[in-house]
Design a protein around this ligand. Structure first.
Ligand SMILES: *[C@@H]1O[C@H](CO)[C@@H](O)[C@H](O)[C@H]1NC(C)=O
Ligand SMILES: *[C@@H]1O[C@H](CO)[C@@H](O)[C@H](O)[C@H]1NC(C)=O
Ligand SMILES: *[C@@H]1O[C@H](CO)[C@@H](O)[C@H](O)[C@H]1NC(C)=O
Ligand SMILES: *[C@@H]1O[C@H](CO)[C@@H](O)[C@H](O)[C@H]1NC(C)=O
Ligand SMILES: *[C@@H]1O[C@H](CO)[C@@H](O)[C@H](O)[C@H]1NC(C)=O
Ligand SMILES: *[C@@H]1O[C@H](CO)[C@@H](O)[C@H](O)[C@H]1NC(C)=O
Length: 688
């Protein structure tokens, strides 16, 4: 593997039939990433390179002509600052003009051209408590590294809380053609919000981005998301939307949540706010539960002038993710996870409670999309067999492909839809459950293959038809296995009741469902050898490996692999996401001790016997590293063959490409050794 390519998202909005994307390629020979910008002609599918340097971070289509763009560059007179540039893509040299220098690392560019010809834009950046954008390189350095806290949630995901918070900033460029000037200062639009408990922050960390805010197409108004100011962050997931004039001339006002015109049931996490093209309405989603991150995300439309809020297709048993308006403002296009992949749906904005949309896209997973004039959607998608597909989807379900990485990229040659199947079987409660099956290259169903049993994380998640550089299911299968990834109790994309059933049941129903999936696969798939099988999983899947290790199913595997999983439920109080464990274990560790005790894998340590590879990373604050070390200690003390892999610079996910390669190589070395494909383990382990 010389080059690892991943294309994350559509990078810029469409204009006059051309459109931009950014493939990031990593070379394991040069140990370097490169970013190259391309234009795709969406009539012909032709791709050409844009003569941009490596310094261009984000591009939006905005300006006087259809081919005008505004972009951000890391070129700056100030260390870690950025600059804003205008250019025209009709110019073959794309000679940009610098229009502003911003002395902090802003990102998340959104912009519109107003009727006066100005460009109103938004960016986000960490900010000091006084509202000024924060640039670490220019900040005063303290002589102590001590950090002192009076309330919990001191760290989250991979970062300790500091005094700075992310904020949305607005600015206006006045001028025309290529000559624009920043008019006045950047405005911090979060300033002045009353926050009795939790200070405002947008994008919401750690996963929020420019999808947490939107600028009205007329340039006048901004909507943004922030966590509930009256609730503590460790206990609650609730977040609300706020409206503010783009010029920051008045303090932002709350649009939904308590004390607004939103329905009384809507109290939880909000997301995906987006203005209609006439700037009159905002579509968004909100969950009901104030402390349950996996509750159903229901759609709403808010009338900007009156603040009136109406539910959309209220009884649809699915969660909205990304929402966009049709150009005529009548319909909403929404992505939602359905049967183990992210699909696109179309729903009238005034749809009644019982409206049931059907998926307009296939079994690949939608990464991003844009609505074309006429109502088709330009979609980017991925699948187990392809990192990046581009196609035009019509509301009647037709798809016209422009690009499929597996057919164009020599590194993915030979991959295709035949690499994957889906199977259904009966779960513990008599319901039908689904698993994905991934085949190795040149799979021949008359042959027999070793077996990988893969359990997903969450537990509110699914193993689906997605491309990943973290768990790339196809490279697992390509070691010479058939991989089966079941979606047991707790899984999403099959309706809310399967997801919600996990509460208080971590070790029971999902385990029994997995046993059913295992038996179904062993009894019905003649091409797998269940006598030569391994099991693997991360996060909740890692917990399940640790649980299986102490239970009878564990004895059916030659080896186990657990990545950043729970070893003892009582140490879950070392996480900052108390809302999560207090939901899933139905109470605190003192009020509902029995549930924590029941599903604690370490309680069954005396049964541990199957060779296990344990991965746990230092920056995993969600599930601290002591969990992996405790598991490894138990295995070693019991004399069970085991290896421990740690990355000091990775969190819950291994993201660095070289680390990902090492992770895959060492795990494959482990499973291939225990299934007898290689005669000895490598000698890469650090000795005593
Ligand atoms: C895009 O492709 C179409 C069809 O081949 C062609 O007619 C058109 O000129 C191309 N557009 C641009 C901007 O190159
Ligand atoms: C905000 O605080 C920072 C850090 O103390 C300081 O550098 C900056 O000048 C302050 N901004 C204003 C507007 O007072
Ligand atoms: C956090 O939630 C727990 C469990 O619901 C509760 O006992 C505790 O009082 C809550 N703390 C705050 C500050 O709301
Ligand atoms: C909708 O999803 C089903 C189930 O995966 C699939 O069979 C069907 O082809 C999809 N519809 C479209 C229009 O792709
Ligand atoms: C959660 O706990 C409450 C009592 O605190 C109980 O009534 C409820 O049945 C429990 N739910 C589950 C799913 O265990
Ligand atoms: C299945 O695996 C077992 C255990 O490794 C092995 O003895 C047997 O030969 C395998 N069966 C086939 C058909 O490969």
């Amino acid at each position: 593997m010389a080059v690892l390519r991943s294309v994350l998202a559509i990078a810029a909005v469409l204009a006059s039939g051309v459109w931009c994307m950014t493939p990031h390629a990593y070379s394991f020979d040069d140990h370097e990433s490169t970013t190259t910008w391309h234009l795709m002609n969406i009539s012909s599918g032709d791709i050409t390179k844009v003569p941009f340097g490596d310094d261009i971070s984000e591009v939006v289509w905005v300006g006087e002509t259809d081919t005008s763009i505004l972009y951000t560059s890391t070129k700056s007179p100030v260390s870690s600052g950025i600059s804003l540039w205008t250019a025209d893509l009709a110019d073959p040299k794309v000679k940009g003009t610098r229009v502003a220098n911003l002395p902090a690392p802003y990102s998340g560019l959104k912009a519109v051209r107003t009727s006066e010809g100005d460009i109103n834009f938004l960016l986000n950046c960490l900010a000091y408590e006084n509202g000024t954008a924060y640039n670490e390189d220019l900040a005063e350095v303290s002589y102590t590294t001590g950090r002192l806290y009076d309330s919990n949630y001191v760290r989250h995901w991979d970062t300790y809380l500091t005094q700075q918070r992310y904020a949305v900033f607005s600015g206006t460029l006045t001028g025309s053609g290529s000559s624009y000037d920043l008019d006045g200062e950047m405005n911090n639009l979060l300033k002045g919000i009353e926050a009795p408990v939790t200070r405002p922050e947008c994008p919401v960390q750690p996963f929020g981005g420019s999808g947490d805010y939107d600028l009205s197409p007329d340039g006048s108004t901004v909507v943004f998301l922030t966590k509930a100011p009256e609730l503590p962050k460790a206990n609650y997931t609730a977040s609300y939307l706020y409206l503010v004039p783009h010029d920051g001339s008045s303090v932002a006002e709350q649009l939904n949540g308590p004390g607004t015109k939103a329905p009384a049931n809507a109290k939880g996490a909000s997301g995906a706010p987006v203005f209609s093209l006439d700037s009159k309405s905002i579509a968004y989603y909100q969950q009901d539960g104030v402390s349950y991150e996996s509750d159903r995300s229901k759609m709403y439309v808010a009338d900007v002038a009156s603040g009136k809020i109406s539910p959309v297709a209220e009884n649809w048993d699915a969660s909205a993710a990304v929402i966009k308006w049709s150009n005529n403002c009548n319909d909403l296009y929404v992505t939602s996870d359905y049967l183990a992949s992210t699909r696109l749906f179309i729903i009238p904005a005034d749809a009644g409670a019982n409206f049931k949309p059907t998926n307009m896209t296939d079994i690949t997973s939608v990464s991003d999309y844009y609505i074309l004039p006429g109502g088709n959607a330009l979609v980017t998608a991925n699948a187990v067999w392809s990192s990046f597909n581009v196609y035009i989807a019509s509301p009647n379900g037709e798809a016209s492909y422009l690009h499929q990485a597996n057919e164009e990229d020599p590194e993915l040659e030979g991959l295709g839809p035949d690499d994957v199947d889906f199977i259904w079987y009966e779960g513990t409660l008599g319901d039908q459950q689904q698993a994905i099956v991934v085949y190795p290259t040149d799979f021949d169903p008359s042959q027999v293959y070793d077996f990988i049993f893969y359990v997903h994380g969450g537990p509110q998640g699914y193993t689906g038809n997605v491309w990943s550089s973290r768990w790339n299911l196809k490279t697992w299968a390509d070691q010479g296995y058939v991989l089966v990834g079941p979606n047991p109790t707790g899984s999403t994309s099959y309706g809310q009741s399967l997801t919600d059933r996990i509460r208080g049941k971590w070790g029971s129903w999902p385990y029994e469902d997995l046993l059913k999936a295992y038996n179904h696969a062993c009894n019905n798939l003649p091409y797998i050898n269940c006598s030569n099988a391994v099991a693997a999983g991360a996060s909740y899947g890692g917990y399940m490996m640790n649980w299986i290790q102490g239970h009878p199913l564990g004895r059916n595997f030659k080896a186990l692999v657990s990545h950043d999983g729970v070893t003892t439920t009582f140490s879950d109080y070392g996480t900052e996401e108390l809302w999560f464990i207090q939901h899933d274990f139905n109470g605190t560790i003192w009020d509902n001790r029995e549930t924590y005790r029941l599903w604690d894998p370490l309680r069954f340590a005396k049964n541990f016997a199957t060779p296990q590879f344990v991965v746990h990373n230092d920056l995993d604050y969600r599930l601290p590293v002591g969990e992996g070390i405790a598991m490894f200690n138990a295995l070693q003390e019991l004399g069970v063959p085991s290896r421990f892999l740690n990355f000091p610079d990775e969190g819950h996910w291994v993201l660095n490409q070289e680390n990902s390669l090492f992770w895959h190589q060492e795990i494959y070395n482990w499973i291939n050794y225990w299934t007898g494909k290689i005669g000895s383990l490598d000698d890469n382990a650090i000795t005593q």
